[in-house]
Design a protein around this ligand. Structure first.
Ligand SMILES: [Zn+2]
Ligand SMILES: [Zn+2]
Length: 275
């Protein structure tokens, strides 16, 4: 394949960002606020699971759960009710994958200074507009637990990145490699071993690369694009967030160039036995 100016074969997946200032009434305290919360988080996630990237909005229905980022313990009213601690996920991520080690994670935070400080801090539940310092310190404590290697979602527009200073301080980003169709730590960042392990643990935690569970939607798109140039205008047709990200990243390419790229990715899929 000819030389392309940009690296189109590695897709960086940014954290989901939520603009909490425009979320009047959305939260987790009443059925109505939960309904609004679901709507707002779905807008932020563009209709995909915030952890495994699978489509959760189908036609007029959503197959989604409001998920507590830091798991609420039995007396953790604030963690249960503060809207800064809520993400939107598919039912599998919420009820299966994120349940694993849940009690160990709760145990790793409940007796800490960060937790006590968080309980003492003021919270406005459905009206919180940014992650308060006490909540951020609690997230940091959570990340440092043995089973806390989860890049919690979402983020607000002020706190854009997941970083853990004690293990390196780099933004913990996932990328999708279009050559082998697998998820990896961001190849553009020089991670410490601990950071790399954190991201790999996250990827494994949500089974992103597991046989039978990993996404093949990119191959479906490539095949469609090879057959019909207008496929690039139908980014919402595919069941994984990877595809719209890829379509957006390649938007400056001509149809012919994008088809060449799709042919290459499709061939890679054949060679690696993915399709
Ligand atoms: Zn999911
Ligand atoms: Zn709050």
């Amino acid at each position: 394949m000819g030389k392309l100016k940009k690296d189109y074969l590695h897709l960086k997946i940014d954290n989901y960002l939520v603009n909490y200032k425009s979320m009047d009434g959305a939260g987790y305290t009443t059925p109505k606020s939960k309904m609004l919360m679901r709507q707002k988080l779905l807008e932020a996630s563009r209709g995909y699971c915030m952890y495994c990237f699978i489509r959760i909005k189908v036609d007029t229905k959503t197959f989604s759960n409001l998920e507590h980022s830091i798991e609420k313990s039995k007396n953790g009213t604030k963690l249960a009710m503060c809207r800064m601690n809520i993400s939107i996920t598919c039912p599998v991520c919420n009820t299966k994958y994120k349940k694993k080690y849940e009690s160990l994670r709760i145990k790793s935070i409940v007796n800490t200074i960060e937790y006590k400080d968080y309980l003492a801090a003021n919270c406005n539940y459905d009206s919180c507009t940014s992650m308060c310092p006490a909540y951020m310190r609690l997230r940091d404590r959570y990340y440092r637990g043995e089973y806390g290697h989860i890049i919690l979602q979402p983020y607000d527009s002020v706190v854009k990145e997941c970083k853990v200073d004690s293990i390196g301080g780099n933004p913990l980003n996932i990328e999708y490699d279009l050559i082998d169709g697998l998820f990896y730590p961001d190849s553009s960042i020089q991670y410490t071993n601990e950071e790399r392990k954190f991201i790999v643990d996250h990827i494994n935690y949500f089974h992103l690369n597991d046989v039978g569970e990993r996404t093949n939607e990119i191959y479906r798109f490539c095949k469609d694009m090879i057959n019909d140039y207008s496929s690039r205008n139908m980014k919402d047709k595919y069941d994984n967030y990877i595809v719209p990200l890829f379509i957006e990243k390649t938007k400056e390419l001509t149809d012919d160039k994008l088809v060449m790229l799709c042919e290459f990715i499709y061939k890679c899929g054949l060679i690696t036995g993915r399709i």
